[in-house]
Design a protein around this ligand. Structure first.
Ligand code: NAI
Length: 329
């Protein structure tokens, strides 16, 4: 099988090549899938895509024209692929539904702790031989109220970790998971109540039409003054411009992001020699209480191994005409 691997990042290729063990012919392409880069897949039966590749309807049509029949997503999220269009074109799509929810949950908590205890500022100070503690005061996690929006695989593990810290947990989801109530004393409630009561709010729902801007002006205005907002799910869950308003009014006391609405073309790449064109992220970067990582919550050795192995398994199954259980179309 010939596979065009778009967005072939250095950090994952060793795992992918190992998992493949020379079964398929991998064409490693170190650029995104875009309307312009579709021709690079010519002659390939399959494309392997990452979270920021363009799987819009028009791109799928172009892929079909160059002969692509299968899309192996190297991600859990599939909001970047038009699944309905893929079905219509009879292009099969499979994802990696679970590669390590622990990786993302642990990174979420790492952001919380780093912001709370001002670790980045403390580290920079110490490197400058400034050993003063002024301005570095944090708060005990024990006893504070955390609202978790989305209690699936990742949100559930965030609940488990934070229960261990002694946090009071509020949750919002379409479904109730009784084991979270029984094991971690989590109380299901509305987003409205979470906004009003939580000291920390963390997002773990997928991005879709219902969840886009689940955190917008109205929600931010209800939040407690000094609230910590963390988003390691998808940038489009949060209206970033309204978050900036909240930060300027000092209503949002801390913002931790691993994802950003306009991350495409920015995250995963070295732009250190470029002029930053995105004024919104430029503004975010001016706040001392904002911590941004570049969509790295998944980035652990366990997750990378699982992503590669499941991607190759999905391709193997498609080649053998077997259902891989990860198919979305
Ligand atoms: P999951 O499918 O296990 O859980 C999602 C939860 O959201 C489910 O419990 C579902 O009922 C709930 N949900 C869906 N729509 C909802 C709505 N409209 N209102 C309330 N609840 C709703 O997904 P998982 O594995 O926990 O992943 C969550 C998200 O994390 C993914 O969709 C992806 O966007 C993001 N992610 C981020 C990564 C990163 O590196 N930053 C890596 C992997 C995933």
């Amino acid at each position: 099988m010939k596979v065009a691997v778009y967005s072939a990042h250095k950090f994952e290729m060793e795992n992918l090549v190992t998992a493949n063990s020379k079964k398929h012919q991998l064409k490693l392409i170190d650029t995104y899938l875009t309307p312009e880069t579709v021709p690079l897949a010519k002659g390939c039966d399959c494309v392997a895509l990452f979270a920021n590749d363009d799987g819009s309807a028009s791109v799928l049509e172009s892929l079909k024209e160059v002969g692509v029949k299968f899309i192996a997503l190297r991600s859990a999220g599939y909001n970047h692929v038009n699944i309905e269009k893929a079905k219509e074109l009879e292009i099969k799509v499979a994802n990696v539904p679970e590669y390590s929810p622990y990786a993302v949950a642990e990174h979420t908590v790492a952001l919380m702790l780093a912001m709370n205890r001002k670790l980045i500022r403390a580290h920079s100070r110490v490197r400058e031989l400034n050993f003063s503690l002024d301005g570095l005061t944090g708060f005990d996690m024990n006893g504070i109220c955390v609202g978790i929006i989305g209690l699936g695989r990742i949100g559930g593990i965030v609940a488990k970790i934070l229960h261990g810290f002694g946090c009071k947990l509020l949750g919002y989801d379409l479904d109730i998971n009784e084991s979270l109530v029984a094991n971690y004393n989590l109380r299901y409630t509305t987003i409205d109540n979470i906004c009003k009561e939580a000291d920390i709010i963390t997002l773990h729902v997928p991005l879709n039409d219902e969840t886009r801007y689940i955190i917008d002006k109205e929600e931010i205005e209800k939040m407690k003054t000094g609230v910590m907002l963390v988003n390691t799910s998808r940038g489009g869950l949060v209206n970033t411009r309204q978050v900036i308003v909240g930060l300027k009014r000092e209503q949002i006391g801390y913002l931790g992001l691993d994802v950003y609405e306009e991350e495409k073309g920015l995250f995963f790449e070295d732009h250190s020699e470029d002029i930053l064109q995105d004024d919104v992220i430029a503004r975010l970067l001016t706040f001392k209480n904002v911590l941004i990582t570049s969509h790295q919550a998944f980035l652990t050795t366990t997750a990378l191994r699982n992503i590669s192995e499941t991607t190759i398994y999905n391709i193997d199954c498609w080649e053998r005409n077997e259902n891989s259980k990860n198919e979305l179309t």
